[in-house]
Each structure stands twice: as structure tokens, then as C-alpha cells.
Ligand binder design. Structure first.
Ligand code: URA
Length: 201
């Protein structure tokens, strides 16, 4: 069985999952994107937002556009080098305006992360990447435990790993977009991505 076939089977299983409320009212499952045969890196984000839910693809909204710009600057090819997933496959949301049906994003709940965890771990095992990128605190803590914080470990190989595979944390683009004095942090984000590129080349 090829990696793609194994992922297709897992996706079918994931599509049936209705453990959480958000699984019952999603527009689309956001399973993952990338080429499992060429991806040397699995990048793990937090959870789908509005655009991701509408399109069924991770990182296609504002945060995704920001990330694409910096991946390009670091000469990392999103389609070839990365397989992108999230800790949650469905959009966690709050109803902001019930009359107009307007939703806003919210952080994943602990029980949602637990319900989705097995799918994320299986994706990593199937793709078997050389390196895992943990994008943001949520992904970092989900895979490596709560003793780490992005501010302390971003861009360092530190002791992060998952089942013998090296992992490295980076800032979440949504954090950088909302950060008031972001130029320094943006530069750090770029340096971290360039370092990642050097690790897999
Ligand atoms: N933020 C994430 O963490 N993941 C996405 O897919 C989009 C935005």
C-alpha cells in the first residue's frame, strides 16, 4: 500500500468521526495537504479557521498567506517539502452573532485535542518525515508536553522529538500577524525557517 492510499483510508475514517460537536457541523474536514512521497517535513498547526473550513485545506487563510510568503523566502517548497496537518481536523468556533450566523475562531478544547490526537499521530507515522515542525504553542504542547513554550524553544532542536523523529518549534503566523511590534519576531520566524531548510537539505 502506498502512503497516499494509507492516508486516503485514514481520511475516510476521520470523515466518519463525530466525537465532538465541531465534527457534526463542519463545512469540510481539513485532513492535511502535501505530497506524502516527497515531503521531508510534517508541519503541525493548531486548527482550521474559516477559510480552511470552507476549502478543506490547511493554512489557506490570512495565516496561511503569511506562512507561504515566509516559506518562499526561506526557499521551502510547500507543495514538495511539506505535508501540513493540524492538531484538530475540524474548525473550533464560537457563534458570535446568532442572528447573522457569524462564527469566530476559538482555541481547541482539551477533549477535542484528545479526540483528534490518534489521527494526527497516525499521519506522522504514515508520512514518516525527517523532521516535524510544531507551529505554535498548541502543536508544541500537544506533541511534546506542557513544559515547553515557543518563546523558549523556537528555532532550536533542543530535546524535542516524537518517537525518534526530531521536532522543531516555530511561532504561529497568527501570533505574528497580531503582534504589535512584529518585525523582530518576523525576522526570527524567517531565520527559524532557514535553519529548518538547512536541516533537511
Ligand atoms: N491556523 C492553523 O493553525 N491551521 C490552519 O490550518 C490555519 C490557521
Amino acid at each position: 500500500m502506498t502512503k497516499q492510499q494509507m492516508l486516503n483510508d485514514l481520511k475516510k475514517e476521520c470523515e466518519k468521526c463525530q466525537v465532538c460537536e465541531i465534527g457534526k457541523c463542519r463545512t469540510n474536514l481539513v485532513f492535511g495537504s502535501g505530497n506524502p512521497d516527497t515531503a521531508r517535513i510534517v508541519l503541525i498547526g493548531e486548527a482550521p479557521g474559516e477559510q480552511e473550513d470552507l476549502q478543506g485545506i490547511p493554512f489557506v487563510g490570512k495565516a496561511g498567506q503569511f506562512m507561504n510568503e515566509y516559506l518562499e523566502k526561506a526557499e521551502i517548497d510547500r507543495k514538495k517539502d511539506l505535508y501540513i496537518i493540524n492538531t484538530l481536523k475540524c474548525r473550533p468556533f464560537l457563534i458570535k452573532n446568532p442572528q447573522k450566523g457569524i462564527k469566530s475562531n476559538r482555541p481547541p478544547k482539551r477533549e477535542e485535542k484528545l479526540a483528534c490526537e490518534a489521527f494526527m499521530l497516525k499521519q506522522i507515522e504514515i508520512i514518516n518525515p525527517k523532521l516535524i515542525i510544531l507551529c505554535g504553542n498548541n502543536a508544541l504542547k500537544s506533541l511534546c508536553g506542557s513544559k515547553y513554550t515557543i518563546t523558549n524553544v523556537h528555532g532550536k532542536l533542543a530535546n524535542l522529538e516524537y518517537k525518534g523523529r526530531k521536532a522543531i518549534a516555530i511561532y504561529h503566523p497568527s501570533y505574528l500577524i497580531s503582534y504589535a511590534h512584529s518585525e523582530v519576531k518576523n525576522q526570527e520566524f524567517l531565520e527559524d525557517l532557514k535553519y529548518i531548510k538547512s536541516l533537511v537539505d
